[in-house]
Design a protein. Structure first.
Length: 182
């Protein structure tokens, strides 16, 4: 009977149908989700992210954290000590964290699956990484897990199967806005 149909798939479809019944004009279905493994992943992969930065970006990060020639670890340590509440974070550090989150959600794999557990659920059910939200969760837990970042997953009902198939082929569905952060 249900072999091959995930619990998440049936749950998502049921939620969408319920929402469509209650709100017939509703056309867009998206989540606002945590990124629980991001901060831990970044602490282990900051050197890889650092290698994707231009010299100009590194100089801007140095100015932002008060160091002339900072290392990736020094910048990340400074970001850890800074406030993450919106405009309090220097623009260059904010850009680094958003880029890192985009790489984490759109490119990081573990055992042939997206690295993040929440991402695995949504992407496995055909969602697309739509948007990364700065200062989305400034609770102690949100800051500890993801520097306060959250993510929107978009469920485009016409593309769910295409996204699931892409995932099976090693391609994570991301919006052009998220992809532009790489």
């Amino acid at each position: 009977g249900l072999k091959g149909v995930s619990f998440g798939d049936s749950l998502i479809k049921r939620v969408v149908e319920t929402l469509k019944d209650e709100f017939p004009k509703l056309k867009t279905f998206a989540t606002l989700s945590p990124i629980p493994g991001f901060r831990n992943w970044l602490s282990k992969h900051i050197d890889d992210v650092w290698g994707t930065l231009s010299d100009k970006e590194r100089v801007e990060l140095g100015h932002a954290v008060g160091l002339e020639s900072p290392t990736a670890q020094q910048v990340l340590g400074a970001a850890d000590r800074m406030s993450v509440s919106g405009a309090d974070q220097p623009k260059a550090v904010r850009a680094l964290l958003l880029k890192s989150a985009a790489l984490y959600l759109g490119k990081a794999w573990q055992d042939n699956k997206p690295f993040d557990a929440v991402a695995r659920f949504h992407l496995g059910n055909g969602a697309r990484v739509e948007r990364i939200n700065w200062a989305g969760d400034l609770s102690t837990k949100g800051v500890k897990q993801s520097y306060g970042l959250m993510v929107n997953y978009l469920y485009d009902l016409k593309r769910l199967e295409r996204h699931r198939q892409g995932l099976l082929l090693g391609k994570i569905a991301v919006s052009s806005a998220v992809e532009s952060l790489y």
